[in-house]
Design a protein around this ligand. Structure first.
Ligand SMILES: [Zn+2]
Length: 193
């Protein structure tokens, strides 16, 4: 038995009426039933760092194990207060960025947040930066997204250090320090708090 091989490009196995299916088509099909989040492009932006964005993603999804989350799961917590200010109950919303400590760091890194009447959540902070796309370059916006995602990571690490290793610093001024180099040499952005 012979099976004819058609040279007509219209007669071949396709995918969802696509003549040439790409990996992206399979990928999108696999996740088609998942919920869509409008912040994904701000966390997983073009120049994202996996380590930083993973923590921002966790925070946005309520995945950080803050005191309120542990208590809700009946896990005993010795100190349910914020490790930065020691006055408010620890929640993700408080840590990012209701707390005086974290808000000071945020404003130091991205001064435009100083004009905000209310202290932003991570989501509102991302949206604020995303709006820069109307007036600033994509590189500028992506650099700020990188900074914000990194800030979430470093704040969480600082919180863990204070909570687990008792590395408490009662100084009012934030003592988080890190530096980042971003983009091409002519667009280097160096931060050293
Ligand atoms: Zn606090």
């Amino acid at each position: 038995m012979s099976i004819p091989i058609a040279s007509d490009s219209l007669k071949h196995i396709g995918w969802d009426n696509l003549n040439i299916a790409k990996f992206k088509d399979f990928y999108l099909f696999y996740f088609a039933s998942d919920e869509f989040y409008d912040w994904h492009h701000m966390v997983w932006h073009k120049y994202h760092s996996l380590r930083y964005s993973a923590y921002a993603w966790l925070a946005l999804g309520g995945g950080l194990k803050t005191s309120d989350v542990l208590i809700a799961r009946n896990i005993p917590v010795l100190d349910r207060y914020c490790s930065f200010c020691h006055t408010s109950l620890e929640t993700t919303t408080h840590l990012m960025f209701e707390c005086d400590y974290s808000f000071k760091v945020l404003v130091k890194l991205i001064p435009s947040f100083q004009t905000h009447f209310f202290r932003p959540t991570i989501y509102l902070a991302l949206q604020h930066i995303d709006n820069f796309a109307r007036t600033k370059s994509k590189n500028f916006k992506n650099s700020l997204l990188l900074i914000l995602n990194a800030l979430v990571y470093f704040l969480w690490m600082e919180r863990n250090n204070r909570r687990m290793f008792w590395a408490v610093d009662d100084d009012d001024s934030p003592d988080i320090s890190f530096w980042m180099v971003y983009g091409q040499p002519k667009e280097k952005l160096i931060l050293d708090l």
